[in-house]
Design a protein around this ligand. Structure first.
Ligand SMILES: Nc1ncnc2c1ncn2[C@@H]1O[C@H](COP(=O)(O)OP(=O)(O)OP(=O)(O)O)[C@@H](O)[C@H]1O
Ligand SMILES: [Mg+2]
Length: 276
């Protein structure tokens, strides 16, 4: 029997998949989402969200997708990995994502098809076209130039393409170098790690989402303090440590994760990391 069933939970509470049902609105994530929503609704063009590894960028992307799912108003497309070896390959991944066919398989054939698509959806059908690229630090300079050209499509009042880039911090120097791209960014936002209160909030929220009803919190305050210090408020690291803590709780046949359980796990992890 799975450990979470033994604890009376319906599902795994600390799975590392970016499920929007587990999206906890920390101050940082909430603000990122709000500001993205405003930039998209006002059709301001380019938004860039940065964050260290595991801070919740892909989870945010899924949440945004679920918020803009009304197909009569929005045309939401995503690329989860934009790595490509050539301009042609990148253009082909864009047309694939929009599900359109190029006029012919040349650079200009792809570009014409993209232009037609943007004007058809954005002007004729009056839809807001959202194009989100996750792992944007993998974009090369030729792909960034292609995106810059797409951002040129506009009416007198607004941009036709709402481009959202989500990437690790190394994206920052990459796009800063390309000045005419950098200057077009309407929203720049960095997702910072959670503070201790938010770490607690996220842990309790995720446990509640999987049907935990017992009045006694599964994690003691001290345990959460240790988890926060060790993970530095990084959501992915918090999820890993909480998952291991709940497994240890079941193995030790205890009722509550206390600081000893967490500290033991951290010592074990440090031993492995140091090769001892
Ligand atoms: N706001 C949040 N609420 C609840 N869980 C979150 C939140 N943000 C992130 N997580 C959890 O943290 C983990 C890592 O999140 P995610 O994969 O979105 O990070 P990332 O920034 O995309 O990482 P990477 O830089 O490696 O791509 C996932 O398990 C996710 O469920
Ligand atoms: Mg990610």
């Amino acid at each position: 029997m799975s450990y979470f069933k033994i604890l009376g939970l319906e599902e795994e509470p600390f799975s590392t998949s970016p499920d929007p049902a587990f999206f906890y609105e920390s101050q940082e994530h909430k603000e990122a989402l709000l500001r993205l929503g405003v930039a998209i609704e006002l059709k301001r063009g380019l938004s860039v969200i940065l964050g260290d590894i595991g801070t919740g960028k892909t989870t945010l992307a899924r949440k945004l997708f679920s918020l803009f799912s009304d197909k009569s108003r929005y045309d939401f497309n995503m690329i989860l990995d934009p790595a490509s070896d050539s301009e042609l390959e990148f253009l082909s991944s864009l047309t694939d994502s929009f599900e359109i066919k190029p006029d012919n398989f040349s650079i200009s054939g792809y570009k014409k098809a993209l232009e037609r698509y943007v004007f058809q959806k954005g002007v004729d059908e009056n839809k807001t076209i959202i194009f989100l690229i996750d792992e944007a630090q993998k974009l090369n300079s030729s792909s960034i130039e292609t995106l810059r050209a797409l951002l040129n499509y506009e009416t007198n009042k607004f941009k036709l393409l709402q481009l959202v880039l989500l990437g690790q911090m190394e994206l920052l120097p990459q796009i800063k170098e390309i000045r005419n791209f950098w200057e077009r960014i309407a929203l720049k936002y960095v997702i910072n790690p959670l503070n201790e209160e938010e770490t607690r909030g996220m842990i309790n929220f995720r446990i509640k989402q999987v049907g935990y009803k017992n009045g006694i919190p599964l994690f003691s305050d001290e345990a959460i303090g240790v988890i926060h210090n060790y993970t530095q408020g990084c959501p992915r690291r918090i999820c890993h440590l909480c998952h291991d803590s709940l497994e240890a709780l079941v193995i030790r046949n205890r009722e509550r994760v206390d600081k000893e359980i967490v500290q033991d796990l951290i010592s074990e992890e440090m031993k492995v990391a140091n090769g001892k």
